[in-house]
Design a protein around this ligand. Sequence first.
Ligand code: HEM
Length: 406
Amino acid sequence: MTAVSPPRLAFDTADPAFVRLPWARYEEIRALGGVVFNERVNRWMVSDFAPAKMILTNTELFGSEKGQAEQAGVFGGPTMEFYDGPHHDRIRAIWSHDFRAKDLAALRPMITDVIRRRLEPVLARLESGETVEIVSELTRGIPTEVIARMLGIESAMVDQFSAWSDAMGASAEGYTNPGARGEALIAAGRQATAELNAYLRDEIGRLRDAPDDEPGLIATMVRHQYARSHMTEQEVVAGNTQLVFAGNETTAKLLAQIVATLAEHPDQRRAVHQDRSLIPAATEEVHRYETITHSVFRDVIADDVAVAGVRIPEGARITLLLGAANRDPQRWERAGEFDVSRPKLSHLGYAFGLHSCLGMNLARLEAQIFLEEFLDALPDWQVHTPIDFGTNYAVRGPANVRVSTS
Ligand code: HEM
């Protein structure tokens, strides 16, 4: 196989300056051919849309299973995300119907209610001239309450679920950036996982003895024939733990990003306010343009593998830079511009293939209802800049967004 050596770079993926503005670094990688080795974090990195999609599609050459040891730390056991074979498909199938767009449509009233109740006090404060930080005061709680209701968990636990899930999310930085701070984040994340696991284990135990018509996603898994015969107790607990976690920080950041990006583009916000049929395109364009999950990884599991002409050794770990792929000029015209009216073209914000996001239709529905309600209540708003994006580039998004109306 003809292949060239990779260009080498060394940069810290947890550097707040990189997390806030990764775009120049992404273009540097693209200019170097789209495949580099980052010595600082010991990862190969891929920036372009076509090779990233190829890697996500090709499970013969690129696998997820080696990540199970880390996964066990994050979720307390292996989940569907870290199996590539039939076991993955069977676990995923347990909930796949619940996350289809047509089935989720029935949840619209519940989601609207969650959003309105949380928006109301924020609006009252904004109307009285206050500046409100909307991540902590609004967007963070929405996906947690929605998934808690879907799982069948009592509302009183929602804040505790958010706290557990935040600590678990922050531990991602520890895995990509080892060091004293990384170790502390991993330890706090493991503690949160252990507590959430314990809560869910009790709930799962209760549901095993409950009547068959008990509602909720935990009950769906507990009752499912495949889970009963082929999944360990640890997998059932970890699977539900993953569900609590996966959609929280991600969706909360997407909602906050929608508010921030539309404030930065008042003309397009006005267009969406006047023509609500633009809402799905607007929320997808915010996601493409900013991207929330900037990094997913795959391991090279075959010999003699090349990506964009660069040979990558078996066993190497590749970071797919989804935020860079979503601004690939070979796929989008004016890729670096925000444009709610651009032609519809799928992006990689929810990844692709076998492990594409199970909850993407739920995240989309929450984003669309959120924007509809926000525009109804508040046609005009400002966001205080610069926005702090924190240090987590795996799930990148505003750590806080201060909003005012005057
Ligand atoms: C804006 C919000 C969200 C974003 C950006 C997002 C992003 C992603 C991405 C990029 C992946 C693929 C990971 C990989 O290939 O390694 C993924 C997988 C997954 N997501 Fe999401 N997600 C979001 C919301 C949700 C929600 C709301 C749920 C469920 C409540 C969810 C559940 C999952 C699960 C279970 C997987 C693993 C799927 C599998 O391995 O087959 N996500 N998500």
